[in-house]
Design a protein around this ligand. Structure first.
Ligand code: NAD
Length: 261
């Protein structure tokens, strides 16, 4: 019996089988969780319906997190099958492509800043707020963040500021929801080649620098992120909330890589 058996978890943010959320779903299924899936729009519907069969799930519903009505409808429809549930994975981020290409001061503007923060940071709070009456007492919420929140990383730009807000949201939600026994944590993942990541200029360069410089001298896998997400949604982590856990092979503890000739 897996350590998530009996848990019902909502998985957001699958765009393909390279998505971090897909890796998380795989591990959660392995550990016995029942899963429900959301997809952003009709373009992804068929693909997510097909992927969900791998996890023996027939709960696949649309949810565009830029719209409170869409989030509300998602949870109302979910409640027809699940009256309550044990948590969700928020694996969603978006910034207009131009924001992830140039120099921060040149490309940043009010409109794109607001959109990036709305979809990549506020949506975590919106999902928690709208679903709170369906969340069980020991529920666990997990979001995905990146080191660009703590350090200035070329081309990550406004997404870095949104991830900083997302991490602060994690702490405020943890404090606010803790009195009901609900835990809220974030995983700061090392770089993984996904649709979202490929929008960041020089992402391949980032990945190879990371592989050479990280203490483990390799990239991390979807399964390694999935294992930590599953742990955070399980009772094994019952004393942990408000944390940002780095699953990055230790990259965040390093400074400069001066090895070599
Ligand atoms: P991905 O492209 O596979 O997933 C991003 C998801 O966000 C997609 O499924 C997309 O449909 C969804 N999304 C975007 N706008 C949405 C909206 N308005 N409503 C609903 N869904 C929306 O990429 P990924 O890398 O798996 O990203 C998942 C999370 O992991 C993101 O928060 C990302 O910032 C974070 N992350 C990624 C990396 C990396 O290197 N790939 C590293 C650290 C953190």
């Amino acid at each position: 019996m897996g350590f998530l058996s009996g848990k019902r978890i909502v998985i957001t943010g699958i765009a393909s089988n390279h998505s971090i959320a897909y890796g998380i779903a795989k591990v959660m299924y392995r550990e016995g969780a029942s899963l429900a899936f959301s997809y952003q729009n009709n373009r992804l519907k068929e693909r997510i319906e097909k992927l969900s069969t791998e996890f023996e799930s027939n709960i696949v519903l649309p949810c565009d997190v830029s719209d409170d009505k869409s989030i509300e409808t998602f949870f109302v429809k979910l409640s027809a099958t699940w009256e309550n549930f044990n948590g969700f994975i928020h694996a969603i981020a978006y910034s207009p492509p131009s924001q992830l290409q140039g120099d921060f001061i040149d490309v940043v503007n009010r409109q794109d800043y607001a959109m990036t923060h709305d979809i990549s940071a506020y949506s975590f709070v919106a999902m928690a707020k709208i679903s709170r009456n369906m969340l069980m007492e020991n529920a666990s919420l997990v979001t995905l963040t990146y080191l660009g929140s703590e350090r200035a990383i070329p081309y990550y730009n406004v997404m870095g500021t949104a991830k900083a807000a997302l991490e602060a949201n994690t702490r405020y939600l943890a404090y606010s929801m803790g009195r009901k026994g609900i835990r809220v944590n974030a995983i700061s993942a090392g770089p993984i080649r996904t649709v979202a990541a490929s929008g960041i200029k020089n992402f391949k360069k980032m990945l190879s620098y990371y592989k050479e410089s990280t203490p483990l001298r390799r990239s991390i896998s979807l399964e390694e992120i999935g294992n930590v997400a599953a742990f955070l949604c399980s009772d094994l982590s019952s004393g942990i909330t408000g944390e940002i856990i780095h699953v990055d092979g230790g990259f965040n503890i390093t400074a400069i890589n001066i090895e070599g000739e």
